[in-house]
Design a protein around this ligand. Structure first.
Ligand code: HEC
Length: 133
């Protein structure tokens, strides 16, 4: 437990120190990592899903590529870290819940909670976007 806390602390200091500025202002000026590219698709999907639920409709599809979240290469090899690996399934579990088409609002909320947990450790920049989802 002690080690996990230390790990999380050290990760949060180093992770994403410059990236959040770049990501928000000049998204196209640098080459996005696999992971960044997927994150952007996740934002788009979540926005649409939120609108769908608000309209009282059912989310019909979840992009299957999102299930590979834990295998996407991050700019700083975040995907190799155990903090990252331990949190990625929280997001994909929520996606499975959405796909069962039962209690979608609950699982949608769980998916956004998963974004927040991971971004509490890794780059906090995108939290501004995530908080609107
Ligand atoms: C398991 C951890 C994890 C989860 C869950 C997660 N993220 Fe991320 N996210 C990251 C990491 C790490 C990066 C940095 C990627 C890089 O720089 O290669 C990132 C980057 C981003 C970015 C910046 C992308 C860019 O343009 O560079 C956005 C926006 C983002 N995430 C939004 C989200 C949203 C929305 C969710 C939930 C639907 C989410 N994230 C869930 C770890 C996570």
């Amino acid at each position: 437990m002690k080690y996990l806390v230390l790990l999380i602390l050290s990760v949060s200091i180093f992770a994403c120190s410059q990236n959040s500025d770049k990501a928000s202002d000049k998204a196209d000026m640098y080459e996005a990592s696999e992971l960044s590219a997927m994150m952007r698709e996740m934002v788009t999907f979540s926005k649409k899903a939120k609108a769908t639920l608000a309209a009282g409709d059912i989310i019909m599809e979840v992009p299957q590529t999102f299930y590979d979240l834990s295998k996407q290469h991050g700019t700083r090899d975040e995907h190799l870290e155990s903090a990252y690996q331990s949190m990625a399934p929280t997001y994909t579990d929520a996606l499975h819940g959405i796909e069962r088409k039962d209690s979608q609002q609950y699982y949608y909320d769980a998916s956004i909670q998963a974004c927040k947990s991971c971004h509490g450790v890794y780059c906090g920049g995108p939290l501004a976007v995530i908080n609107q989802l």
